[in-house]
Design a protein around this ligand. Structure first.
Ligand SMILES: Nc1ncnc2c1ncn2[C@@H]1O[C@H](COP(=O)(O)OP(=O)(O)OP(=O)(O)O)[C@@H](O)[C@H]1O
Length: 529
């Protein structure tokens, strides 16, 4: 066939021509080669045959080895070999990619100013290091400075010079290496040894630079902060004059030990969790990142215990504000400004802070002048006020406005808790929607709350007396606080004895309540006659 004759025929044939031409080409080439040298062509064929034979034998050997391995090697060993091969492939492949490295030095300059990112990275890596997989490790004791100037210590496992570890974040692999350089004699004078320069190197594929800087590094900072909060001793601060004085706070209450309705307990912890996550949300809606809780209920139902449980849960310090100690709005302002982020302001028995008379005009009674204030206390923006007498009052709305106003501009992530035994006595300004975000009723001891206390005090979650106790707690006449139940359970270390004491106490309460009710009925009937 003359190929040229077909080139100009319609589309389909045109395609066929191209295929035909392409098929034709090697044949022509081979034919040409054969014609030019028959001898040379024979050698090519021989080599070709040999190569084919060798390839066939290699393939046969490979299949043989593979089937023998399958028969003889255990699955674990074969998996390890597969993993090793994948690892080598990944390493070889990674070598093709451009890598970037972030160097985090321990000291920012020759003045040995600490680089906080170094400390944060070291604290973070301490949670990632597998001590069983590393031959050499360092143990370090680090001191954290608290916002109030005090310090707390923590012990960390760190990588030694040259040590490395990998961490996967958002599906990206980050490699950390610890490097020490220098530490030469004589740098800081005769006989002194300059400390080595410590650095942590973070390397990753160049394509993940944005993920490293925008997400991974901030994540490390926030995780390190959480770890620091977890390890530090909590404090409770009380106001004295115009400043706060703190002591360690070791209240053992946690949400696990708190006796309250489980649904309500869950709602509170969910609310706290949501609050912590909502930094961006508060910023977007233009509100101060704070949350207010009003705890109310009879004495001994666990309001203070709930405050302590919240502090332990969030790892926030408590600032217990005694309003009777504060003379002026400006002093209150200073106290509020001095509170750091991530802290809880508590004002207990808020109903008592504003007495009956002052509730009418909504002002705090003024304590005797102790000389702790001065004219400096009068803020400039209040200079137009008629006189110092007006200054010397703290109003509830003033307090609330200060909290709202100041906390919008000075700091974030703060909780405010008011407690009261008498919600009905509270100023409506406090109960208005939007003031306190969550109202939590701490009530009398219910069956679920009792079960928590039984586990707390005697590690019992079932007992022969439980059905009777459940029935007694459900009786409308029996109003018992968790504090009373706790006291009964503490009467003996023997669970049987303690539960018997509690049962008798509840029976006694019920009969007294029934007797009182009967007496009232008789009294009413006698009056009616
Ligand atoms: N809900 C509870 N869960 C666990 N323990 C509780 C609870 N309520 C009270 N208790 C026990 O009773 C003690 C007193 O309780 P707490 O001070 O928390 O009550 P309160 O409601 O704050 O009382 P008040 O109104 O008198 O300040 C606590 O130390 C604790 O041992």
């Amino acid at each position: 066939m003359n190929p040229r004759a077909l080139v100009h025929i319609r589309g389909v044939e045109h395609t066929r021509v191209r295929i035909a031409l392409m098929d034709n080409l090697p044949l022509t080439t081979m034919a040409g080669a054969a014609a030019s040298s028959l001898e040379g062509g024979g050698r090519v064929v021989d080599t070709y045959k040999k190569a084919l034979t060798t390839a066939a034998s290699v393939a046969a050997y490979a299949m043989l080895v593979r089937s023998m391995a399958r028969e003889l090697l255990p699955e674990e060993l074969r998996a390890a070999v597969r993993w090793g091969a994948a690892f080598v492939r990944a390493r070889l492949g990674a070598g093709d990619k451009e890598r970037h490295t972030i160097v985090i030095r321990r000291h920012l300059d020759a003045g040995y100013n600490e680089n906080h990112l170094f400390e944060a990275a070291r604290a973070y890596l301490a949670t990632k290091i597998d001590p069983t997989a590393m031959r050499r490790l360092c143990l370090a004791r680090t001191r954290y400075k608290e916002p109030d100037g005090s310090s707390s210590w923590s012990t960390l496992l760190c990588m030694d010079d040259g040590g490395s570890t990998t961490d996967t974040f958002d599906g990206v692999e980050f490699k950390w290496t610890s490097i020490e350089t220098g530490g030469d004699e004589g740098k800081k004078g005769k006989g002194h040894r300059a400390p080595p320069r410590e650095t942590l190197e973070l390397s990753f594929d160049a394509e993940h630079t944005e993920a490293a800087l925008e997400r991974y590094v901030p994540f490390i900072m926030s995780t390190a902060e959480q770890l620091q909060r977890r390890d530090r001793a909590l404090k409770i601060f009380m106001n004295e004059g115009r400043s706060w004085h703190g002591i360690n706070h070791h209240h053992p209450a946690t949400f696990d030990t708190l006796a309250m309705d489980p649904v309500l307990k869950q709602a509170v912890t969910d609310d706290l969790d949501r609050f912590l996550k909502r930094k961006e949300y508060y910023r977007r809606i233009g509100k101060a990142w704070k949350r207010g809780y009003l705890l109310f209920g009879p004495p001994g139902t666990g309001k203070s215990s709930l405050v302590a449980a919240m502090a332990n849960y969030l790892r926030f310090n408590l600032y217990d504000l005694d309003l009777s100690e504060v003379r002026l709005n400006s002093a209150l302002q200073r106290l509020l400004i001095a509170m750091p982020n991530k802290s809880i302001l508590v004002i207990e028995d808020i109903d008592c802070c504003f007495d009956a008379k002052s509730r009418e005009d909504r002002t705090m009674p003024v304590p005797a002048d102790d000389g702790s204030s001065s004219d400096d206390d009068v803020p400039e923006d209040m200079a137009h006020h008629p006189g110092p007498r007006q200054q010397q009052t703290i109003t509830l709305s003033g307090l609330l406005n200060l909290i709202d106003g100041l906390w919008s501009t000075s700091g974030e992530e703060r909780i405010i808790i008011f407690t009261t035994n008498y919600k009905d006595r509270l100023d409506p300004a406090l109960l208005r929607p939007g003031r306190m975000d969550m109202h939590i009723y701490m009530g009398h001891c219910c069956w679920e709350a009792f079960k928590t206390l039984a586990v707390n005090y005697h590690l019992v979650d079932d007992h022969a007396l439980f059905p009777e106790i459940q029935e007694l707690l459900a009786a409308v006449e029996v109003k018992v606080t968790p504090a009373e139940v706790s006291e009964m359970l503490l009467r003996s270390e023997d669970a049987d004895v303690a539960l018997r004491v509690l049962t008798e106490f509840l029976q006694d309460k019920r009969s007294k309540a029934r007797k009182e009710a009967t007496e009232i009925k008789i009294g009413v009937a006698e009056k009616a006659m």
